[in-house]
Design a protein around this ligand. Structure first.
Ligand SMILES: Cc1ncc(COP(=O)(O)O)c(C=O)c1O
Length: 449
């Protein structure tokens, strides 16, 4: 058992008193106090084990010994800012370059996904000398003011849409304007971006960037239809803009078959800027922007130094290097392919027995199970999704959460060391809960749960 510094109730009371209440907790009505973790498992103050299906940040597994060792060794030796010459930053940039298409060959290291996206905006605007940005509906790109402005998921609840921001339909073939029966949804959705660009031009404005996650996460674990990104890039380039791929959630092999999720769109597609974060440092704040020599050149040409105190320091880069080593040595991409396919297969089998599962989608260890009250109308089963999440935690000690505009999608983005038996345990547990809901004829959508 862990020795607690504070009793759980004391921690909760202090948190209420001292921490801004807009910083919300998971399971806010009965939060879990986690005191240690290993691999894909979390342990609470009583030593109770939870299976973690949501910590995509702890990419190679919680507290991986190789990462801890690399961090401690570098911390013991040196940690400076990037104005001193040091091997780690260049060796790390070189390793990242090897995972990317040749054209993405210049790197800026920062401390969070938000910082990366904010810098991407600056790079795009500086390079194109245009201001306007196209984003996908329901997108989230970070918490800085510049990113709230380009995140419909946030700005719709706040000050609203700025005149330089334009929202394209989310290419969601399950619930969007073009569905799976469309002969070419990739082209159909890309053409909505073309229409939007024309509308922007009619207003006398110009596009600096099309900004999108390679697999929209908050939007609902969406897999972009084939051909979409290449076509959008063609339209955006013709308008003088650049394509920014936000890989903050999806990079570093989560999709298994490829290192970057944008590569799922085929070899003829390459973004102009890629932003990365969450999994990069396995929990250490490490993020990055990769771009082309031309875009970086335009940024340099303004004559203003870009200085980032912590970004790319020797400890961060030692950790980044260790993460890449573990992904390779432990074949975590191969694991994502195998375990992800098993999780998806079992979930699809579950769908055949439970009408409430409207859709199962995903690639690698990025999987979503969409719950609906009516398969024809695809009505979101939001309250049932919340109920399933609560029971998974309370009865089965499994941490899962929901995503999507209606919070009706059970999302799985576990550490990449997730095993076959973990996938089986999760799906069996969901099966028990859904069977119980049916047996008791619970009317969850009508109840205040
Ligand atoms: C797609 C995406 N981009 C950017 C961010 C911002 O990253 P950070 O929280 O590290 O600032 C997030 C965070 O959730 C994200 O999901």
């Amino acid at each position: 058992m862990e020795v607690e510094k504070l009793r759980k109730e004391e921690t909760l009371a202090m948190r209420k008193r001292l921490i801004g209440q807009s910083c919300r907790l998971f399971y806010s009505s009965d939060p879990v106090k986690i005191v240690r973790a290993r691999g894909q498992y979390l342990f609470d103050e009583n030593g109770m084990q939870y299976l973690d299906c949501i910590s995509n940040v702890h990419h190679v597994g919680h507290c991986h010994p190789s990462i801890t060792k690399a961090a401690a060794a570098q911390m013991d030796l040196l940690n400076t800012n990037t104005r001193f010459l040091h091997d780690n930053i260049v060796m790390y940039a070189d390793r990242l370059a090897a995972t990317l298409p040749d054209k993405l060959c210049v790197f800026y290291f920062v401390n969070s996904g938000s910082e990366a996206n904010d810098l991407a905006l600056r790079l795009a605007q500086q390079y194109t000398q245009h201001e306007d940005v196209i984003v996908l509906d329901h997108a989230y790109h970070g918490h800085l003011m510049s990113l709230i402005d380009i995140s419909p998921y946030k700005f719709r609840k706040l000050a609203g849409q700025k005149e330089w921001v334009h929202v394209a339909p989310l290419p969601d073939i399950y619930r969007g304007i073009y569905k799976e029966n469309n002969p070419d949804p990739g082209k159909a959705y890309a053409d909505t971006v073309k229409d939007l660009i024309e509308e922007v031009h009619r207003k006398g404005r110009k596009i600096s960037a099309f900004f999108a996650e390679s697999l929209p996460s908050v939007g609902g674990q969406i897999i972009l239809p084939q051909g979409y990104s290449a076509k959008v890039a063609e339209y955006v380039h013709a308008a003088g803009g650049v394509f920014v791929a936000d890989e903050v959630q999806t990079g570093f092999g989560r999709v298994g078959s490829h290192f970057w999720a944008f590569q799922l769109q085929g070899e003829d597609f390459c973004p102009d800027i890629v932003t990365m974060g969450k999994p990069m440092g396995n929990g250490h704040p490490l993020a990055c922007v990769a771009t082309t020599a031309e875009i970086a050149g335009a940024f340099t040409a303004n004559g203003v130094e870009y200085f980032n105190t912590f970004g790319g320091n020797p400890v961060s880069c030692a950790i980044g290097l260790a993460v890449l080593d573990v992904i390779e040595k432990e074949d975590l991409r191969g694991n994502a392919v195998r375990v992800g396919a098993h999780l998806k297969g079992l979930s699809t089998e579950l769908q055949s027995r439970h009408d409430i599962i409207g859709d199962v989608r995903g690639v690698g260890l990025f999987v979503g199970i969409e719950l609906v009250t009516n398969r024809e109308e695809r009505t979101p089963a939001t309250k049932t999704a919340a109920y399933v999440v609560k029971r998974l935690k309370e009865e089965y000690r499994i941490c899962v959460s929901t995503d999507g505009p209606w919070d009706n999608i059970l999302k799985f983005k576990p550490p990449m060391c997730f095993r076959m038996k973990d996938a089986e345990h999760v799906v069996q547990s969901i099966d028990h809960i859904l069977t119980d809901i049916k047996a008791k004829d619970l009317k969850l959508e009508k109840e205040d749960i």
